[in-house]
Design a protein around this ligand. Structure first.
Ligand code: NDP
Length: 444
């Protein structure tokens, strides 16, 4: 049995009931076979066994009191997965679906994503099954303060630097940072995605969505094409989706559909993003309202139908496994040419196979959505250096990082004989740096 298969089999045995973690590990490990075969010393050093085992898993109780005076208890998680190339870095997700399997899949992906940015950051991820939706600001604050009252002892500007993810935006980061500062009496870069008045970086809010479009733009450019005139479908209507839409539109694309977890809107004239921002960022409302405010726009209950809309470019920006093989087949049948993942693991393994067999350009999450964490690392650099860079400066650095990632994964895929296979390219390019650092550190 091949080394990667042995490690995968053992991982499934040792971590039962963690389907998302198995899925991410399968996607990664099966593509690492060529590099592992080239380096027999990895097996001798148990490198893959160590790579798939988090350095530390922290799970804790988060008690808080709701507006009715009732005590609520949620689960808190922080998985410090790999610190070989830098302090743990990765977001916090607050969503009722959060469990250890989801945090571990996100953490494993994060190791390679962070490596691909070219910046010195290790991989981690965390969160809670707390649902901020429908909660008052006071309830969100009470939860965040309780969450940080445990988490503070495990993180630090040079140890582990969390950021946002689903359900964790500027408001939540503010409350989390406030509580950290209060307990530790330290105003340091311990969280990224901070507000601009207390150590945040310009472009961090836009970074994941903009970065997604920058890398896709480079893939288009290398094929003599551009976003201009392209029809684009974007799933989600949160942070990543909104800024992907903004940048794609600024490059001349027509974005015709978006969704939230209840249903999708289709606007054949092109989405009016100011209305989406008003509904989602200002009012924290439901996307259904868009069709009530814009004539000619349609609202459909349920999310899946969005993938039946013909488009040139699809940017899944909501959540894991939102595109299955059937949806992938529909996209291909209706003429999609580029799929770039803004969300983490939005395509199932079977969907990826459909995309790759059909020869469309498929840019996997760990490369395509790395702009967020890359800009977080730029925020860390500004915090450490007590500096504040201009929007144009950070945006230029972000674009440069995304263009470099594209060429890095393209070259890695070619070097190993898998030209155009960016899943292989991203996994191999990300892994080499981490593996080299782990080998240098000895058995730790
Ligand atoms: P937000 O919470 O801002 O937005 C999430 C969006 O996805 C919302 O529109 C939400 O709808 C929708 N959504 C969430 N869960 C589901 C579901 N089960 N079914 C359908 N729709 C769903 O999160 P982000 O935009 O920050 O994150 C989106 C994705 O991008 C995630 O996969 C995240 O891991 C990834 N990502 C985010 C980064 C960042 O910088 N923020 C960086 C890299 C990756 P609703 O409001 O109805 O819940």
């Amino acid at each position: 049995m091949k080394y990667v298969d042995k490690v995968l089999e053992n991982l499934k045995k040792q971590n039962p009931n963690e389907p998302e973690f198995h899925q991410a590990a399968t996607e990664i490990l099966t593509t690492l076979a060529p590099i592992v075969e080239k380096h027999p010393e990895y097996e001798a050093a148990g490198l893959l066994e160590r790579f798939v085992e988090p350095e530390r898993v922290i799970m804790f109780r988060v008690p808080w009191v709701d507006d009715n005076g009732k005590v609520q208890v949620n689960k808190g998680y922080r998985v410090q997965f790999n610190s070989a190339i830098g302090p743990y870095k990765g977001g916090l997700r607050f969503h009722p679906s959060v469990n250890l399997s989801i945090i571990k899949f996100l953490g494993l992906e994060q190791i390679l994503k962070n490596s691909l940015t070219g910046l010195p950051i290790g991989g981690g991820k965390g969160g809670s099954d707390f649902d901020p939706k429908g909660k008052s600001d006071r309830e969100v604050m009470a939860f965040c303060q309780s969450f940080m009252t445990e988490l503070y002892r495990h993180i630090g500007a040079d140890t582990d630097v969390p950021a946002g993810d689903i359900g964790v935006g500027g408001r939540e980061i503010g409350y989390l940072f406030g509580q950290y500062k209060r307990i530790r009496d330290e105003h340091v870069g311990v969280l990224t995605g901070r507000g601009l008045t207390y150590g945040g970086s310009l472009v961090r809010t836009e970074a994941t969505g903009y970065g997604l479009v920058y890398i896709t733009e480079e893939a288009l450019k290398m094929r003599g094409d551009s976003f201009n005139g392209k029809t684009v479908v974007i799933s989600g209507s949160g942070n990543v989706a909104i800024y992907a839409c903004e940048k794609a539109q600024s490059l001349g694309a027509k974005v015709v559909a978006m969704y939230d977890s209840n249903g999708y809107i289709y606007d054949p004239d092109g989405i009016k993003l100011d209305i989406i921002k008003d509904i989602k960022e200002v009012k924290r409302g439901r996307i259904k309202e868009y069709a009530e405010r814009v004539s000619g726009a349609e609202y459909h209950v349920g999310c899946k139908g969005i993938w039946s809309i013909p488009c040139d470019v699809a940017l899944p920006c909501a959540t894991q496994n939102e595109i299955d093989a059937e949806s992938a087949g529909l996209l291909v049948k209706n003429g999609v040419k580029y799929v770039a993942e803004g969300a983490n693991m939005p395509s199932t393994l079977e969907a990826i196979e459909v995309f790759q067999k059909s020869g469309i350009v498929f840019l996997p999450a760990k490369a395509a959505n790395a702009g967020g964490v890359a800009t977080s690392a730029l925020e860390m650099a500004q915090s450490s250096g007590r500096m504040f860079w201009s929007f144009a400066e950070v945006d230029a650095k972000l674009k440069n990082i995304m263009v470099n990632i594209y060429h890095n994964i393209d070259n890695a895929a070619k070097e190993y004989g898998y030209e155009g296979n960016y899943v292989m390219g991203a996994n191999i390019a990300g892994f080499i740096k981490v593996a080299t650092a782990m080998m240098a550190h000895g058995i730790v």
